[in-house]
Design a protein around this ligand. Structure first.
Ligand code: ADP
Ligand code: MG
Length: 481
């Protein structure tokens, strides 16, 4: 029998609000334990939660970005369970009435077609605290700074067919939430993580197999490896005539395996009920329209447009469209210099290299699109060569504060495109290289590069390469007889 995997992801997106979802405490990461948990986050008797309006706006923005329905009324519910890092004894989440439902995301396939992944729902909830097991011998510490941090849980349909596809989907959501500015996407700090539900079924079968849920995956590499391990484990069980048990598992990256954590609980185990301390969230069309007006053009649409409108390669379009600062820079540069291909080459080449070299964020690039456009215009006008431009770019990057033309004038790097001057250099090289000339004229065309190199050297690297090529070809083809 042939088996096929079925995967659905529950992605936890930590919303980039300044304060928590139901209290005014800060959401800042990495402060001393228990300095950012107020009475509301601790669930002390008598306190009342108040919803953070920014968290709601962010959920609406996300819903629009995945073409989902925004509920005109959604309800917070208590999900009851006991754990030391959950002092209230319940987590405030949404159950029957989530804020966002029925969306989708299209993933580009290698052949250019799209695979649609349906997104069942996205609901708001608060994060729990953290149990710290490795700090005190024989005891567990509890840090409640994270308690009450706003999360948007994004639940896909089981539409993903391979571990790679799951990673592609996860990456697309990661790109999207950063692009629309609702999450910092920092996976090490846990701002973006997922639970992967995995099952296996006979190929051709409609019914879903029994699934295992792998908790808390916070790196793309671990997601891929954990899912692949799980697919193999389940397939082997089924091939040996045994059953998959529905359970929650943990991935151990050191051993590259998943381990059983607990039996999977069902929804009814949590005794969900509407939280009596919170009113339903009401959202009217004006608010939805206002959010829609704030939604930027999304990465998927830009990627397609960069290919169709600007003629970029799929690869360049992909690397230019994922980050908002990058695409805004690229589009400004393309507009100012008038040549999108040249603009793309410079952003993907020189700018990305500089950003990588310095380990900085793209938003911190030190040469703006207007200044860079001036430089690119001088290449196209043949005032300077591409090689010279790269040198000058470094000067600009290191803090040049004059204009590009002042820089070119002051640096004696103007390209020599004076025909007479280049012709003189060519004549001299030809006179000095009788052997190479004879070889070239005898048909050894590979040696052409030798002449280019010689003339370039004598010009101090400043000969206009295009002119040099033309003049050199004609000079070499002229015979003395
Ligand atoms: P729960 O209530 O346990 O969270 P849901 O039915 O809400 O379960 O589904 C949670 C996630 O698991 C969804 O992303 C869904 O697509 C996925 N899922 C559900 N059943 C299966 C299955 N048999 N195989 C793989 N994924 C599944
Ligand atoms: Mg779930």
């Amino acid at each position: 029998m042939q088996w096929e995997p079925v995967i659905g992801l529950e992605i936890h997106v930590q919303l980039a609000t300044v304060s928590k979802i139901f209290s005014g405490a800060s959401t800042k990461y990495g402060t001393a334990p228990n300095t950012q948990a107020c009475a509301i986050d601790l669930g002390l008797p008598g306190v009342l939660p108040v919803v953070n309006a920014r968290a709601i706006e962010m959920a609406i923005l996300f819903g629009l970005a995945i073409n989902a329905r925004i509920a005109s009324s959604s309800v917070f519910a208590r999900k009851n369970y006991f754990y030391p890092d959950l002092p209230k004894g319940y987590q405030i989440s949404q159950y029957e009435h989530p804020i966002v439902a029925d969306g989708y995301l299209d993933l580009p396939r290698a052949d250019g077609s799209l695979k649609r992944i349906s997104i069942r729902r996205a609901h708001l909830e608060e994060d729990a605290g953290k149990s710290v097991h490795d700090l005190f011998p024989g005891a567990t510490g509890v840090d409640l700074n994270r308690a009450g941090t706003p999360l948007l849980e994004v639940v896909s349909e089981p539409d993903l067919a391979t571990a790679l596809e799951a990673v592609q989907y996860m990456r697309a959501i990661h790109t999207l939430v950063r692009f629309i500015g609702i999450c910092d996407g920092n996976m090490q700090e846990g701002s973006f993580r997922c639970d992967a539900n995995v099952s296996v079924r006979p190929v051709g079968s409609e019914a879903l197999g029994t699934r295992a849920e792998i908790k808390n995956l916070n790196s793309f590499r671990f997601i891929e490896r954990a899912i692949n391990y799980e697919i193999e484990r389940q397939t082997e069980l089924l091939e040996n005539g045994r059953n998959v048990v529905q359970e929650t598992r943990l991935y151990d990256p050191d051993r590259d395996e998943t381990r059983s954590m607990r039996n999977k609980e069902d929804a009814h185990d949590y005794r969900y009920f509407p939280d009596p301390d919170l009113l339903p969230i009401r959202i009217n069309t004006d608010e939805i329209n206002a959010a829609r007006a704030r939604l930027p053009e999304l990465p998927a649409s830009r990627r397609i447009r960069y290919v169709s409108e600007f003629g970029l390669s799929e690869e360049d379009a992909d690397s230019l469209s994922g980050e908002r600062t990058v695409c805004e820079y690229f589009e400004a540069l393309a507009q100012a210099c008038g040549d999108p291909t040249q603009a793309a080459n410079w952003v993907v080449g020189e700018l990305f290299a500089a950003v990588r070299r310095e380990g900085i964020d793209f938003s911190a690039v030190r040469v703006g699109p207007a200044a860079l456009a001036q430089l690119l215009l001088r290449i196209r006008g043949r005032t300077i060569s591409n090689t010279t431009a790269k040198l000058l770019f470094k000067v600009m990057w290191n803090g040049w504060d004059g204009t590009v033309d002042e820089l070119i004038a002051g640096s004696d790097l103007q390209q020599v495109s004076d025909t007479d001057e280049i012709s003189k250099l060519i004549a001299a090289v030809i006179a000095d290289s009788p052997q190479q000339v004879a070889q070239y004229r005898a048909g050894k065309e590979k040696i052409f590069g030798y002449f280019v190199g010689q003339v370039m050297r004598r010009s101090g690297g400043k000969a206009d390469p295009q002119q040099l090529n033309v003049l050199l070809k004609s000079a070499l083809s002229v015979r003395d007889n």
